[in-house]
Design a protein around this ligand. Sequence first.
Ligand SMILES: Cc1cc2nc3c(=O)[nH]c(=O)nc-3n(C[C@H](O)[C@H](O)[C@H](O)COP(=O)(O)OP(=O)(O)OC[C@H]3O[C@@H](n4cnc5c(N)ncnc54)[C@H](O)[C@@H]3O)c2cc1C
Length: 807
Amino acid sequence: MKSQARIVIVGGGIMGVALLYHLAEEGCSDILLIEKGELTCGSTWHAAGQCPSLVGNYNLAKIHNYSNWLYPRLEELTGQNVSWHASGGIRLALTQNDLDWFHFMKGIADNVGFRMEIIDAKKIKRINPFISTDGVIAGAWTLDDGHADPSGLTNAMARGATNMGASIQRHDRVTNIEAMPSGEWKVITENRSVIAETVVNAAGCYARQLAQMIGRDLPIVNMQHQYVVTGPIQEFVERNEEIPVIRDPRASSYLRQEQKSGLVGIYEQANMAEAWAPNGFPPWESDSELFPDNLERLMPWLGYAMERMPLFEDAGIKRIVNGAIPHSSDGFPLLGPVAGLKNFWLCCGSSFGIAQGAGCGKYLAQWMLHGDSEINMTGFDPRRFGSYADDSYMQAKGFQDYRMTYFPPLPGEELPAGRPRRLTPLHDKLNAQGCVHTEAFGWERPKWFSLDGRKEDYSFRRNNTFDVVRDECFAVRERVGILDLTGFAKYDVTGPDAESYLNRICANRMPKKPGGIALAHVLSRGGRIGGEMTITRLADDQFYVLSAAAAELRDLDHLTQGRAADEQLEIVNVTDDRGVLVLAGPRSREVLAKITDEKLDDASFRWLSGKEICVAGMPARALRLNYVGELGWELHPAMEHMEAIYDALWQAGEESGIANFGLYAVNSLRLEKAYRGWGAELTNEVTMLDAAMERFIKLDKDNFVGKDATMQQKQAKRIFQLVYFEIEVTDSDVRGGEPIFIGDDCIGVTTSGGYGHFVRKSLGFGYVDPANCEAGTELGIDVLGERCRAIVLKEPAYDPANERLRA
Ligand SMILES: Cc1cc2nc3c(=O)[nH]c(=O)nc-3n(C[C@H](O)[C@H](O)[C@H](O)COP(=O)(O)OP(=O)(O)OC[C@H]3O[C@@H](n4cnc5c(N)ncnc54)[C@H](O)[C@@H]3O)c2cc1C
């Protein structure tokens, strides 16, 4: 067995093996996978093997779609039987919201490339004559998915990987992992040790234990999940065709044919669900283990399932499988680097590992070997969780995720489990004013203000927050608005080499003079967008760096990991030390002037500059910028001064009509200004050139990460280009993931959108074939099943000359 390998993967379930296969396929064969038992002996072997196409997330849908593309081909590629059943699936809609979700997903299907039809109850009955369609208003019929034997799939990929030169060591448990002074990892097993440049944790239900070996934890709960198999069903025996997998929200279950029997898996609701090893740490000796079955727990959902397929009830239950599934805190897999460590990756936390395995393996392998994946991995990056995700958080979220398997959250829906985590000093005060909070990286952030006590009527369509958000937007555009945006990630970068270092890791140039502000992007070696930061030079050797709340750990890695040993600088994460208040609107200057002696006129405090000032007797970093496109300041005081400064601003602003606003309003206001969003328009899939952000790249700098690739991209033909558009819609706006057409040709995809209340236009962004990006081009965009006319805009719908910002 190897004592040295470029990459060691720990865990031989479908996730680890799929990664092994795809790393080898990408050309890296110096890889060793170590498995404590037989391949698949964890969660994989007993899985029901379904591989649905329909998932409510554009990037996850790409992962599923790739798996569904690969699995039917695996046997031919590797010679190993995988028992692929191309049964397709039908998900049932019981409510209008379910149906709207189908229309939203149909847009994603058209983009991603899997076949999907929305069908009525009659057609469902034609396809599956045994089903009861009581209460069913429609079905989402996906034709390219099915189910397979999970062990077959895993062993096929293992065979494919070893054929390409990868190695697998079975029956050898990893007992410890040590960081070596050389930067390599020492992976210690029961029988030997292996030195590796890179390690991947693919340990399924044991992923937390493995993380603890390197002093980390992961937000994963191992849920027990059961499916039942019925006795043989004569009607199936007499038929050649297989029924599609049925997914029924009422029964919270999947129902399908298992050979000539029936199979029903239930995601039990309320407080019935149970975790395996509730302290999170299963015993090492567990091997191909099933738990005692517990039918009680499945009631009444099993009953509802039998009502849906009465044939199943008649056949009686023959076998029950109860096994463990890892559930991450938000239901998405953990794919990417471990925060703060070099060359330690995660490929775990997948609750649909069979459906996701191949796709996760493919896109993670691209990221590991080439620095980028071809799909947007932001939502899967493990650094989306921080230390706030403690044991109680992961328990609450994991259970919630399990229960919600058949209830995808509606747009805007706030899920209560595990909250609140990170509160600003204004939390209670804003709550008392009707604030509805949303969660980002543990922070509770204002989303909108319910002034009359109304609750949001969650929907894919415009809802009862529409008018409230319009009023918040008008307050910002016509008077002055105030917003607590404390969740921003914040870092102090100081030292004699701070400027040269930041110039090396960012595409833009650092401001030359103290007080200057630059919007700067971190690029990958391949020139794709890794992060976006706002950097203020406070002194010759002092920079204040801000980035998105959700990017706190990601950007900390960007800031710290490129640093050379001899560079003199210090990087400190000060996110928890400072609060952020946004004061924006044409009357913001008169409000702030009442509580500071600092000169605020344009000549004394110009747009895109920042300095330390005194506000209501307290020091605060003041930056003249914002994301809403108005005259205004961001104030960054010490956290303990937040409340006093908010109170002073509120009091000073009463005459000027000050109003609270939230992130719904921010989305509307930033769209009017055509400001791009990190994670939506700016992702690892695209370059600054694709995103029409060339003005933030300084190619005349000596060097910066991604410069060579950017220079090459400038010469190359663009594959897609960002467009900003206005769209004619009825009662729903673009959300991102909608297909963009010219005639019948799908030429792009939207990335985000919303209603611009002040300009009275529905607006959005999307990436299209560059042949169709000229201003004035007419596009067709499918919004909830309706083809809507959109026009590419030349400039921001609001204040294109930035006059308001410079006022
Ligand atoms: C009843 C049931 C039905 C399911 N049905 C479906 C379905 O229809 N479709 C679907 O997509 N998903 C389904 N799942 C979920 C699916 O089984 C899991 O998501 C998937 O198997 C996870 O794969 P994994 O590789 O992450 O974990 P695992 O398969 O558990 O693999 C992890 C491996 O790591 C090994 N390991 C751990 N620690 C060490 C160590 N220290 N040293 C060496 N090796 C180690 C373990 O032995 C194990 O083999 C189902 C699950 C259950 C319980």
